[in-house]
Design a binder for this molecule. Structure first.
Ligand code: FE2
Ligand code: FE2
Length: 136
């Protein structure tokens, strides 16, 4: 059973953003599978690194769209991205310093709620604005 499942409640209506989010959900699931399968710190750590770099790419994409469309909530949304990056880098540093299985589960739950909360709470708000500005 995957940790997370994509559903329509997560859809922003912007196809490229939704595709990124689906990929992030898949990466969180891949990370979870690695943890459940008991894969070593190196393997799990690499998946975590990949997730973090894809997250950075994804945030940059959203922020480009904000600039292109003069999104009025861009400042607050970008602040949320910066805070999330800080948190996830913190998790990564802790993981690298002493990965135990309990930290891994904590990491999984953190990533899952982080993704769902940000998408549903903030990303969904920009959907109509971006679509109106021709961003797909
Ligand atoms: Fe997003
Ligand atoms: Fe976002």
């Amino acid at each position: 059973m995957p940790l997370m499942q994509w559903n329509d409640k997560l859809s922003t209506g912007v196809a490229t953003v939704d595709a990124d989010h689906k990929k992030l959900v898949a990466m969180v699931n891949e990370l979870y599978d690695g943890v459940v399968a008991g894969h070593g710190k190196d393997v799990v750590g690499k998946v975590l690194d990949g997730l973090i770099s894809y997250t950075a790419e994804h945030f940059a994409r959203e922020e480009r769209y904000f600039a292109q469309s003069n999104y009025p909530d861009a400042v607050a949304h970008k602040k949320e991205h910066a805070d999330l990056v800080k948190q996830v880098l913190d998790v990564q540093a802790k993981y690298k310093a002493g990965a135990t299985s309990s930290l891994s589960l904590e990491v999984m739950n953190f990533l899952k709620s982080w993704l769902v909360k940000h998408i549903q709470g903030s990303d969904k708000k920009f959907g109509p604005h971006l679509v109106q500005h021709g961003i797909k």
